[in-house]
Design a protein around this ligand. Sequence first.
Ligand code: ARG
Length: 381
Amino acid sequence: MHQSEAVLFHEADSFLRQFFKENDREEVELRIGQVYDEINQNGTYHLTEEELIFGAKLAWRNSNRCIGRLFWKGLKIRDRRQLDSIEAVFEDLLEHLDFATNGGKIRSTISIYPGTSEGPEGPRILNKQVIRFAGYRMSNGQILGDPDSIEFTRFCQSLGWKSPRTAFDVLPLVIQMGSQEPKWFEIPEEKVLRVPISHPEFSWFEELNIQWYAVPLISDMRLEIGGISFPCSPFNGWYMLSEIAVRNFADEHRYNLLPQIAEKMNLKAKELRSLWKDKALLVLQEAVLHSFQAKGVSLVDHHTASEQFLEFCRIEESKSRKVQADWAWIVPPSAGSTMGVFHQEWDNQIIKPNFFYQQNLWLEKFPESDAKSRTCPFTVG
Ligand code: ARG
């Protein structure tokens, strides 16, 4: 065995032992022997469907930054390791969207496309999420849409994408096979559940004309199970209120809506001490919560999510498993100390199976992008 094969076998061995143990299965040695032979012969091995399913659930359970982990056992797994073309992956992603959206009653779902056990040239999705809004820097210097998408939007345009240029244009899906050229696909509008945002009391709120999408479907992370990597394994849950209301809508480097809301509310936005940001932020949160509820779309508020996470911790401890968590990500970004999670501490080690960040494939092919030149203004030659 080469060294890399020995490493793979070591990872497989520890995952399989966990899989057999947690599921009260017998004859783990037999399965480990098979995997040993398979790695010896082919340099890699295949996970059975049951192993894949359990591994994906464990990857969620082990996600240190996720507050929603109470529901890890309910993850729906779509085993799509046999799909071998960009077009097939695109069509299948639309099915994932339909299944996960489920008319608003969102189902936590992962699709797993060919990984390193199927060969080195598998698919990759270049988008951060399957549904995300484009962003444009306009000639007057103002920004339209989501500032976080400006570079990726330019990349899509460089591939030939044309857009209506509104503040809420859904970006096309860009998929690549191995080192081949990426292809882009428009997502049909009927696949995208959108939630227009209004406030239960303030009718002026609708003049802001804002909306968000229902399904956060992360598409740029690598899933690793038993030493096998799945660089294309998009997964979704449902939103927590603060992700949309506090971060996406209120961050200064995102939609930055607090000044507009303060104006509508006649708050003293010149004076920090007037607490105008806190007041505007609360109204924004009320609006998002109300709108998702009115449309029948799953969304959890941060207080409930905090309770659910502490319940998850209790269950894990009762099974003698130590919860690993990243405090700065777990504690929601508003009203932190009013929630139980604020007053806890956790170890923050990375346990596998898990999801990992991976190299961005499009930035390097797009050297003229702002993002790169912005990374360090002092090294420009
Ligand atoms: N924070 C990201 C966003 O606002 C989504 C991350 C995943 N969130 C989730 N609830 N599963 O789009």
